[in-house]
Design a protein around this ligand. Sequence first.
Ligand SMILES: Cc1cc2nc3c(=O)[nH]c(=O)nc-3n(C[C@H](O)[C@H](O)[C@H](O)COP(=O)(O)OP(=O)(O)OC[C@H]3O[C@@H](n4cnc5c(N)ncnc54)[C@H](O)[C@@H]3O)c2cc1C
Length: 285
Amino acid sequence: MVLRRFDVHKVTSVAEAVALRQRYGEDAAVYAGGTELLLAMKLGVARWPHLIDIKPIAALRTLAVTKDLVRIGATVTHWDLERDPAVANVLPVFARLEANVANVRVRAAGTLAGNLAFAEPHADPPALLVALGARVILEGPTGTRNLLVSDLLTGMYQTAIAPDEVIVAIEIPLPARDVRMAYVKFQVLERPSVGVAAVATVRDGKFVGPPAIVIGSVDEVPRAVPAAELAGALAGDPRTAEALAEAASAAVDPSDDLAGSAEYKRHVVGVFVRRALGQLMAGAA
Ligand SMILES: Cc1cc2nc3c(=O)[nH]c(=O)nc-3n(C[C@H](O)[C@H](O)[C@H](O)COP(=O)(O)OP(=O)(O)OC[C@H]3O[C@@H](n4cnc5c(N)ncnc54)[C@H](O)[C@@H]3O)c2cc1C
């Protein structure tokens, strides 16, 4: 594993980063924590002669919790997120998810923006971010645009980020106080094999509207489970759990690989959907 020669451009503004993206095109990559980027370069599966180091941009390092949303700057790390008291207060399930990403060395350097931009399918945050309706804020030569995380991730290692754009932040809209959420995962390898996010409002024991159930790590992109007919269903009824587990197993399109056969993965998806519902019902709103 030998790294080929490359130049690192340290930038102090997003405008500079965008200008370098325009100038070098496919020859340049944004460099945040480097946990995926440098690994890919060392393994020789990717080569960028120019890295645009965005860590010196002070504005991207901010993490803010307002009454409406959590705004996570592009260089905020997993470690920052798991330890932030305001995030733990408003989105405890997200804070716990972040604390269980990879290992502490990866979390200390790796960013949430880098996790999304790399679009490795075996990842934890995307399923919950999709279930919560989170969006990424991108900046390019013509200005700013917002994209739902569900629209950002288009395939394995593929996103809707234009070659001259940079993610500047991720925004998670804060759900109403009585919204419940859960995230559970199955992981035997270095990265998750199945992740299930569940977000729902339950009143008088019934779902208010359909529950948002999103399966991560199984398909190339997070898969939302069709659940419209479960609006108003008894949330704690085993028949509801069964219906959701079946719908989830049918919604995913797994392939046979090191993590197991497609049939096995469909089974695990069903098991983890039931667990997510159990956690959703057991946890406080
Ligand atoms: C050993 C290991 C175990 C892991 N386990 C897990 C796990 O269990 N769960 C999980 O969810 N993830 C896991 N990961 C993935 C981890 O979360 C990511 O490596 C990390 O978040 C990437 O962030 P980074 O800042 O290091 O990105 P970098 O490596 O710097 O960049 C990654 C990619 O994103 C692009 N990029 C980065 N920032 C931006 C930006 N602002 N705008 C546009 N493009 C950008 C880069 O150009 C590059 O293509 C694991 C990774 C490793 C190495």
